[in-house]
Design a protein around this ligand. Structure first.
Ligand SMILES: [Zn+2]
Length: 274
């Protein structure tokens, strides 16, 4: 009995320490106002994002600039970039240290992601599901929304806490460089070769869907296409080997319902291109 009581006291004390540690390590999601865990500074996130992106480009086949699909990826990317910048300006939010870049990667996996700092990779495999420029705007709007809502920071912080005992990023990098790099790749959905995939949390997915719809609408793309895109994605999940993007972004009834809920708001931002 005494032992149990002591253990409870000890665990309560432990919780208090963890809680005060977490409270001091929180930031606010720029748009939704949700509090999120943040153990890593923006500067560190940007610097690691740039380094990982440069290495990724060196190790992977980038589709040349003259290819019509590359032209489309860069065009959609730039339009969404302007929408994001406009949205942040209008809402008095800061978006500092961004060095936008949009590349198409010759890879049959259906995948896409965005590093902190706005550097995006779209794999040729996902173009078979996006079908057209508006479908691509759904994916790029969604991935860029994850980045500007700093979901990577949140996920990386959770990962450092769970897997590396809450080590600071610099410390984790110097002590366990390989594990830390693998954690980073998993967090950003870059590849399955490093082990277990980590699906984005439901809360993060809802935020990225919500913001992504607004950004694509502001960029002049009809947000209704998002319903069709995620329905196509859901159909892919019945296959024996669902696409990588599907594994990190499950498309189910709750996602589709969320998109229906956000569409009226997004449509208010939508100006049909004349
Ligand atoms: Zn997502």
């Amino acid at each position: 009995m005494v032992i149990i009581r002591r253990m409870r006291v000890a665990s309560v004390a432990g919780l208090l320490i963890v809680n005060s540690f977490l409270l001091s390590a929180c930031s606010t999601v720029p748009v939704t106002g949700r509090q999120q865990l943040s153990l890593i500074s923006s500067a560190e996130m940007l610097s690691m994002g740039n380094q990982q992106y440069d290495e990724f480009l060196k190790d992977n086949a980038v589709v040349p600039a003259g290819d019509s699909r590359t032209v489309m990826v860069k065009n959609v990317g730039r339009r969404i970039q302007s929408a994001v910048e406009q949205y942040f300006r209008q809402n008095n939010l800061a978006l500092s240290g961004y060095g936008w870049e949009f590349n198409l990667i010759d890879n049959k996996e259906a995948n896409a992601w965005c590093m902190p700092g706005g550097r995006v990779a779209v794999y040729t495999g996902i173009l078979l599901i996006t079908n057209n420029e508006i479908g691509l705007a759904v994916v790029m709007g969604h991935e860029i929304a994850h980045a500007v809502a700093e979901h990577g920071d949140e996920r990386m912080s959770q990962g450092l806490l769970a897997q590396l005992g809450g080590a600071a990023l610099s410390q984790a990098l110097s002590q366990k460089p390989q594990e830390t790099q693998q954690l980073w790749m998993t967090v950003f959905g870059v590849g399955v070769t490093y082990g277990a995939l980590l699906p984005f949390s439901r809360v993060q997915e809802r935020e990225a869907d919500h913001l992504g719809l607004i950004f694509m609408a502001m960029a002049g793309y009809d947000p209704n296409e998002a319903l069709r895109f995620w329905q196509r994605m859901a159909q892919q999940s019945n296959r024996s080997a669902p696409p990588e993007f599907m594994s990190t972004h499950p498309s189910d009834e709750s996602r589709i319902a969320g998109i229906r809920e956000y569409l009226p708001e997004a449509l208010r931002y939508y100006k049909k291109p004349s």
